[in-house]
Design a protein around this ligand. Structure first.
Ligand SMILES: Nc1nc2c(c(=O)[nH]1)N[C@H]1C(S)=C(S)[C@@H](COP(=O)(O)O)O[C@H]1N2
Ligand SMILES: [Mo]
Length: 387
């Protein structure tokens, strides 16, 4: 089986992984690859599939996840209104509404503020088995604290909602009671003031120590760790503080989950805007070493610590996987499981994440009350062919 592996660590064709240690790479660069491992083919995945289905979508071939931080040029990307033209040097961010000192800030103004850095992963809330959950990446973001900036600028009493407008614009037809209007819209999302003032929320201008890439929202984007991708507004052009709920397309019409949910004593069909990442784990690769097989995967949380990841094979019992030492609160949570005594033939392997509140990643059947496809965090069994 010629699984196409594009990562540098992999020799094409036979997919023999070079011994990075013998090449003098530092220990951490090894990731979870050991020497002399070969890729075990998935039986449920095409050998090759297109990770760039359109100019505005790129996803990750999860079999290749190896670096702890996704290289910027491989970072998954989604853009709803294409890419706006933003001039990196003359770009300004307007801060308006219920603030004490409304102003336009240049990138130099923003860079002159104290710099913070945070490892943060997110996935698109539309991520699903169709793309083997490849709409996901993990970045090391550099920027400045949104909380400190809002506190310096001063939020006026009554300011309760913070709206983030991207520079990308598109035409939308909005229909209300049978009448339609064609209007220009900017990509925009809002946060409650409380969420905007979270300790780790940042305005990011760097990814992996380099200036932000265009796909990732250069020159400035919002990073709210633990939230789905749609909340991470790119190409930030305006931050507006207001009293009332913001009801733009990506808050109120798109990226809305419809599910039957207990509300007090009754079950109601609720519609909720996409917010925090739902506990999830995904198996991304199986390798064969001289003595045993290794199952590799990643998990995502909203920042709640994991208690453990478990893996089971066929109808076996759940066994604890090993969490990667590089994992931090908001990074993805890489894990490996040492699979002893794998027998030739096809096997089904499944992982599940369990957090410190005892929450267990649901199985797909548990998600039946969720009618829309957003927020698919169900367990995702994979089939592999052991030779
Ligand atoms: N301005 C703007 N920000 C945006 C979007 C967009 O279309 N425009 N897409 C959102 C969605 S749906 C996702 S999943 C993430 C993807 O971020 P990335 O391209 O950096 O991975 O950006 C979010 N921020
Ligand atoms: Mo998304």
């Amino acid at each position: 089986m010629a699984n196409k592996m594009t990562r540098r660590e992999v020799v094409r064709g036979g997919a023999v992984i070079a011994g990075a240690a013998t090449l003098g790479a530092p220990e951490w660069a090894l990731g979870s690859w050991a020497q002399e491992e070969t890729l075990v083919p998935f039986a449920d995945m095409p050998d090759e599939y297109v990770t760039n289905p359109s100019p505005i979508v790129r996803f990750v071939d999860i079999r290749n996840i190896n670096d702890f931080f996704t290289p910027a040029d491989e970072f998954f990307t989604i853009q709803h209104y294409g890419q706006p033209e933003v001039n990196r040097s003359s770009h300004q961010v307007e801060i308006s509404g219920l603030v004490s000192r409304p102003q336009k800030m240049s990138m130099a103004d923003i860079r002159s503020r104290p710099r913070i850095e945070l490892a943060c992963a997110y996935e698109c809330s539309g991520n699903s088995g169709r793309r083997f959950h490849g709409l996901v990446s993990n970045g090391l973001w550099g920027g400045t604290s949104l909380k400190a900036l809002l506190e310096d600028i001063g939020v006026e009493p009554g300011g309760r909602e913070v709206v983030f407008f991207g520079a990308d614009r598109g035409e939308e037809t909005i229909t209300v009671r049978g009448r339609s209007w064609d209007v220009e819209q900017q990509f925009a999302r809002s946060l409650s003031l409380d969420d905007a003032l979270g300790d780790d929320t940042m305005l990011a201008y760097e990814l992996n120590g380099e200036p932000l890439t265009v796909n990732q929202g250069a020159p400035l984007r919002l990073i709210i760790p633990g939230w789905y991708g749609v909340a991470q507004v790119k190409w930030l052009e305006q931050i507006h503080v207001q009293r009332d709920r913001f009801m733009g397309k990506f808050m109120a019409r798109e990226y809305v989950t419809l599910r039957d949910e207990a509300v007090g004593d009754s079950v109601k069909a609720t519609e909720t805007s996409i917010t925090r990442i739902k506990l999830k784990s995904v198996i991304c690769r199986v390798t064969r070493g001289p003595a045993h097989h290794t199952i590799h995967g990643f998990a995502l949380t909203d920042g709640t610590a994991l208690d453990r990841i478990e893996v089971h094979i066929d109808d076996g019992r759940w066994n604890r996987a090993t969490l990667d030492e590089r994992n931090t609160r908001y990074s993805w949570q890489l894990f490996t499981y040492r699979w002893e005594g794998a027998t030739p033939g096809e096997h089904t392997i499944t992982s599940r994440a369990i957090d410190t509140n005892g929450k267990v990643q649901p199985v797909q059947a548990d998600l039946e009350s969720k009618k829309t496809t957003w927020e698919n965090n169900g367990q995702f069994p994979r089939r592999v062919m052991v030779s």
